[in-house]
Design a protein around this ligand. Structure first.
Ligand code: GLU
Length: 464
């Protein structure tokens, strides 16, 4: 079987959702492992929920994460277009085909009637399912009414029995048909609903495995019925674990940041994010926490995916990100920092500061608070320096006399200086640190002073 998998994000949010990143990762890795294709299809049929710019940001985020797709709306492919809003005639054709076959019907119920129906159902504590009024309309009548009236096309769910399917990791799942709604397939605006479009496209795009999150399980019986009515072969269904908050609820904006843009702006590395997500429903056979995407691809099997994953834990992700930062070689970390702060930073200073900070930062955004003073004179001081005015001025004079300006000379000179002044080293170094940086916590002081240069250090000891 040719492996073709897809993610089908809806452009209804700010950016790519971290839950979608997880789904994308599983699909991507599965495709790579089997020399298959990884496809992005944009499901933009819910016109009321579209968010301007969302699609571009979703695609950009996928690229940033290095989840490179083989076919997609911006790059095309053999089954183009990959944006559902550009495929409308297809869905209409297939919806009509189902009506012809007697597996779907025209429904002319007005919004008012449906609202009234729901209200009654609520008071009677009945399930909110369409009452199938229009299912009784004779096919010929339906055809002529649709020429004059507004209509939708609904799926005919069998009245009795069950609809079952096999999920690769969850086994056989079966739904009572009397609990399924006669789902709208084609809306009155001519747009398909998700259920129709997803099935038509998964078939036409020859998707072999539908790998998506657990929250789509309840939609699957409708899809299965559609596949059967059309006489199409079912894909393999795999419903992976949902990302959850620590209290086990579905990952939500309230408890955890969900948009990729947030992770990017915080300075998480894409490879660390993917590694962390890999651990959500799967464990490395050697219990490793840290492994590359290649290694994940090599070791991963869909069958080993767990149905329930651990909670999404930002603290653990931060730890892992720190580990990845430490694994980067210095020039790579330097260029990541320069890219991250996409303003002009003097490259040589960034380069020199990298060895001082790599053990201390967990995210790229931790860099600037630590190193700002290497680029700009401090404006605020975390300590009152007035009592140390004379001390700092004479320290400056002493530093000025150093001929070989390097960290160890600076250190020795200052230790000697403190001794002469009969003040404790630690106290003195703190005063000096705050005078040059404004802050009580900085990278190692001597090395920082070396980077700042003699002139600048002298200036800062005189003017604070
Ligand atoms: N458009 C759906 C979404 O927003 C796709 C679900 C699926 O993969 O079938 O996630």
């Amino acid at each position: 079987m040719k492996v073709r998998v897809r993610i089908a994000p809806s452009p209804t949010g700010e950016d790519l959702h971290i839950g979608n990143v997880y789904t994308a990762l599983l699909n991507y890795v599965f495709a790579k492992k089997h020399n298959g294709k990884f496809i992005v299809r944009i499901e933009d049929t819910d016109r009321t929920r579209l968010v301007e710019g969302s699609e571009e940001r979703i695609l950009k985020s996928l690229r940033w994460l290095n989840l490179i797709y083989d076919e997609g709306p911006d790059i095309g492919g053999p089954f183009a277009p990959y944006r559902q809003s550009e495929r409308l005639p297809l869905y209409r054709k297939y919806a009509e085909e189902l009506v012809e076959k007697g597996n779907a019907y025209y429904c002319f119920c007005t919004a008012e009637r449906l609202i009234e129906m729901r209200r009654t159902q609520k008071t009677k504590r009945e399930l909110p399912l369409y009452d199938r009024l229009c299912r009784k309309i004779k096919p010929g009548d339906g055809k002529s009414r649709k020429e004059k009236e507004k209509y939708v096309i609904r799926l005919k769910i069998p009245e009795k029995g069950t609809t079952a399917f096999h999920d690769l990791i969850r086994g056989d799942i079966s739904f009572e048909n009397n609990l399924l709604d006669d789902q709208v397939l084609l809306k009155s605006d001519g747009f398909p609903t998700y259920h129709l479009a997803v099935v038509v496209d998964d078939h036409l795009m020859e998707i072999s495995h539908v790998i998506r999150a657990e929250d789509w399980i309840s939609s699957t019986p409708k899809h299965v019925l559609l596949f059967r009515y059309f006489g199409w072969q079912l894909p393999v269904f795999v419903h992976g674990p949902l990302l959850r908050n620590p209290d086990k609820s579905k990952l939500s904006k309230r408890e955890n940041p969900v948009w990729v843009s947030w992770y990017k702006e915080e300075g998480f590395l894409p490879e660390a994010i993917l590694n962390y997500l890999a651990l959500m429903g799967w464990s490395h056979p050697e219990e490793k926490d840290i492994f590359s995407l290649e290694e994940f691809t090599d070791k991963f099997t869909l069958e080993d995916l767990k149905a329930v994953g651990p909670a999404f834990d930002l603290t653990k992700l931060e730890w892992l990100n720190g580990e990845y930062i430490r694994k980067l070689d210095e020039s790579e970390l330097k260029s990541r920092i320069l890219n991250f702060y996409d303003r002009e930073l003097p490259q040589n200073i960034v380069g020199k500061s990298v060895p001082l900070v790599r053990e201390r930062i967990k995210k790229l955004s931790d860099y600037m608070p630590l190193c700002q003073f290497l680029f700009e004179r401090p404006e605020k001081y975390e300590m009152d320096l007035k009592p140390y005015d004379d001390l700092l001025k004479s320290a400056g004079d002493r530093l000025k006399k150093i001929t070989k300006w390097n960290a160890s000379e600076i250190g020795e000179t200052m230790v000697q200086f403190a001794e002469e002044k009969k003040i404790k080293n630690s106290g003195f170094f703190m005063v000096l640190r705050v005078a040059v940086s404004g802050r009580k916590i900085t990278p190692p002081l001597n090395e920082s002073l070396e980077i700042l240069g003699k002139k600048e250090v002298f200036y800062r000891c005189q003017n604070f």
